[in-house]
Ligand binder design. Structure first.
Ligand code: NAP
Length: 285
């Protein structure tokens, strides 16, 4: 029950109305018996500092940060975890004992969650896209000891920047999507992860595949296809892959798992069973 003692955790981003986080987080808070509610608050760039400073003064216990503030929030935090520093992106904040923001990033753990039971060590992988989520995905693939990670993008500038970001950790192979070598890589890949937004319900027409249909002609049934998108489920890419006999994973598990890790951060270690948040989402969708 919401009372005058209830505190809150907020998701800050813009736009925010499509977010599923309030559904799964409120289900988790209820399961844990916490006197907390989770709300989504749209926030413009120019208001970010004011909003974060104001939240320090009231009964806010933590925040999730999403597009477009994941990088901008760095300057407003006094403690930043090594993983957030490395990825140059923050998605979770809490107030420390000095009432300053302490920050981390739970996307890598979220991404890895559905892959943990598969033995991917020394396997070959491809990442499609070179934006923010690609960084978390690449770090996850490094943590899982994949032997090769190739990144295919339409954007040379962000591709070069991404490869440089991981320079001291692994040699990434970067390709533009119209490079002929892409077909060989797809034929040989054990895992392909789509981090482009192509296939999302709101942004694109139905049946759109990342880099077009021809790009997927050499896909074979041995490859696992992981699409970070969770709406629609399945995406056009996952539909095509399932038809070819591939194992498919959508973005819902990642969404839930990064949310579970955020709860642990806010509460100093409380754990919520995956199914509690997952079932809340499935009921809603
Ligand atoms: P982002 O930073 O904007 O990066 C998107 C990447 O996709 C960029 O490389 C972009 O290239 C490329 N791209 C965009 N439109 C494209 C198109 N039509 N064809 C080919 N490439 C295109 O976004 P993000 O934060 O990485 O998020 C990417 C996707 O992952 C979104 O759909 C998001 O919802 C999803 N996601 C899911 C989870 C989860 O928990 N399941 C978590 C994070 C993200 P340009 O730079 O050239 O535009």
């Amino acid at each position: 029950m919401i009372s005058s003692k209830t505190s809150f955790i907020a998701l800050i981003g813009n736009p925010i109305s499509h977010s599923l986080s309030p559904i799964m987080q409120n289900a988790a808070f209820q399961y844990l018996g916490l006197d907390l509610i989770y709300i989504a608050i749209p926030c413009k760039d120019e208001d970010l500092e004011l909003v974060l400073n104001s939240f320090k003064k009231i009964n806010c216990k933590g925040l999730n940060i999403t597009i477009p503030h994941k990088e901008k929030v760095f300057d407003l935090c006094s403690e930043i975890s090594p993983i957030a520093n490395k990825l140059k992106a923050i998605n979770t904040l809490k107030l420390n004992s000095k009432k300053e923001w302490s920050a981390t990033n739970t996307d890598v753990e979220g991404f890895i969650y559905p892959l943990k039971t598969l033995n991917l060590a020394n396997k070959k992988s491809i990442v499609l896209g070179s934006g923010g989520a690609a960084r978390s995905v690449i770090q996850g693939l490094i943590d899982l000891n994949l032997s090769t990670i190739s990144v295919i993008s339409r954007n040379k500038l962000s591709l070069d920047k991404l490869i440089k970001n991981f320079d001291n950790q692994i040699q990434l192979q970067g390709l533009l999507n119209d490079d002929d070598k892409a077909q060989i890589l797809i034929r040989e890949a054990d895992l392909i992860v789509n981090t482009t937004p192509v296939g999302m319900k709101t942004k694109y027409e139905n049946n759109v595949l990342p880099y077009g249909e021809v790009f997927w002609k050499s896909l074979n049934s041995q490859t696992i296809i992981y699409d970070l998108i969770y709406n629609p489920a399945p995406t056009p890419l996952l539909k095509l892959s399932a038809k070819k006999g591939c194992m498919t994973i959508n973005g819902l598990e990642m969404l839930v798992a990064q949310g579970m890790k955020s709860i642990s951060f806010w509460t100093d270690g409380l754990e919520v069973p995956f199914h509690v948040m997952n079932e809340a989402l499935k009921k809603y969708l």
